[in-house]
Ligand binder design. Structure first.
Ligand code: ZN
Length: 111
């Protein structure tokens, strides 16, 4: 789970707040990451993705609104792209690619 670095405005209630996104890259425990942190690979029994790539983009999905708890918005409103460079989370932004759900939930940008 990643805490989004920039506040987002809820399409349901119109409040701005700090949202969280679920993504699957690295250890799948309930660690809450912030941008700037290193992806944890040490939770060996439930890990997605592969370590050792230079630049990776992982797709995530926003959890509910921190104010009104609305969720399940129409795609792609709730999709985010998380960029990971040398295992450090460097950015997380709304997905504006227009591609919808990626077939894999992460992709290598640069080996
Ligand atoms: Zn809301």
């Amino acid at each position: 789970m990643l805490r989004m670095p920039e506040p987002l405005v809820c399409p349901e209630c119109g409040e701005s707040g700090t949202w969280k996104a679920q993504f699957k890259f690295g250890a799948l425990d309930l660690e809450e990451y912030k941008v700037g942190q290193r992806v944890n690979w040490d939770y060996t029994w439930d890990v997605e993705g592969e370590r050792g790539h230079h630049r990776v983009a992982a797709q995530g999905v926003l959890e509910g609104c921190p104010h009104c708890h609305a969720h399940g918005f129409e795609e792609p409103w709730d999709l985010v792209v998380i960029e990971i460079v040398d295992d450090i989370i460097v950015s997380a932004v709304r997905d504006t690619s227009g591609e919808g759900w990626w077939a894999g939930e992460w992709r290598v940008l640069e080996e």
